[in-house]
Design a protein around this ligand. Structure first.
Ligand code: OGA
Ligand code: MN
Length: 298
């Protein structure tokens, strides 16, 4: 069956698309990898339905698209992880497949995904693709929303484009968690999660298109007073997440959704996570390099 894509939004033919004709549980040919990347460069978000696969198959598929991004800055240790270290466990389950309690610290951290963000921008080399497999999904809430940061950039007026062209932001997990009032960090964590720098305007290495690099992890703009920076970032966030830039994905079981973090933001919507199981497993690959050179890795 040939690989085909069909846009999911009538008014945004160049954003989110459904892809058919690809079995993600099987090894890909170089031609399939190239076709997939070309579709990602075009649409930024791809939805593949009916992809019932094992963790190993998801990992194999992921490795086609760059080095794995592993060991995100979380409080999980190998002893408390439900999934292998190459996975981001985006479920509401603990190691014994029990739902997280209301005040569990892991749940507090997971709530950060309700804020618009781009994955791993708290790292010097942020994420390229995120690949999210819906093993047990919810239909009452729990949609994942995506915003097209290329279209959002294009829609800015020329004065704003010029103003932001060379701006650099500080990103840290500490900032995104602080937005939700979570500030209970040890000195070791504060050190490990110290801010990294990213350009506010990012150019896609293949298409050459510019996009806004926004994320809940932003804590300030370098050289700006912090309140002025955060007020401006909030304005840009509001602009970039207007309905005309957004695709909302309602999950069906075994959907496999892949997005390019270099050109999109996303967030999960509220659902009854204390009573309903949602088992989502994410693998992630790394971008081609830092957006700001000269930073020392932790
Ligand atoms: C993620 C994420 C959203 C969701 O996996 O990076 O933000 O829908 N998840 O669970
Ligand atoms: Mn995310």
């Amino acid at each position: 069956m040939p690989i085909e894509t069909r846009p999911l939004l009538p008014n945004q033919p160049l954003f989110a698309a459904e892809m058919t004709g690809l079995d993600a549980s099987k090894p890909l040919t170089p031609a399939e990898v190239a076709a997939f990347e070309a579709s990602m460069d075009k649409h930024a978000v791809l939805v593949l339905h009916g992809q019932n696969m094992t963790d190993e198959q998801q990992l194999e598929f992921t490795k086609n698209f760059g080095p794995l991004q592993v060991g995100a800055n979380t409080t999980l240790t190998p002893a408390t992880m439900r999934l292998g270290g190459a996975f981001a466990d985006v479920s509401n389950l603990d190691k014994n497949n029990k739902r997280l309690e209301r005040d569990d610290r892991r749940r507090m951290e997971a709530l950060g995904n309700r804020l618009w963000h781009s994955d791993a921008t708290f790292r010097i080399v942020p994420a390229r693709y995120s690949l999210l497999s819906g093993r047990i999904v919810t239909r009452n809430g729990g949609n994942t929303e995506f915003a097209d940061m290329r279209a959002a950039y294009d829609a800015l007026d020329e004065k704003t484009k010029a103003e932001i062209e060379d701006l650099v932001c500080e990103h840290s997990l500490i900032y995104s968690r602080a937005q939700l009032g979570f500030s209970d960090f040890t000195d070791e964590e504060l050190h490990r999660m110290r801010p990294v720098l990213h350009k506010l305007v990012r150019t896609h290495p293949v298409t050459g298109r510019k996009s806004l690099l926004l994320s809940a992890h932003i804590g300030t703009i370098v050289g700006w007073p912090k309140p002025e920076a955060l007020a401006f970032i909030r304005d840009l966030m509001e602009h970039a997440t207007q309905p005309q830039f957004v695709y909302s994905h309602q999950w069906t079981q075994y959907d496999f959704v892949i997005w390019d973090n270099r050109t999109t933001m996303h967030r999960v919507r509220r659902f009854d996570d204390l009573n309903i199981v949602r088992d989502m497993r994410r693998t992630t690959t790394m971008s081609e390099g830092p957006t700001v050179e000269g930073q020392q890795a932790a």
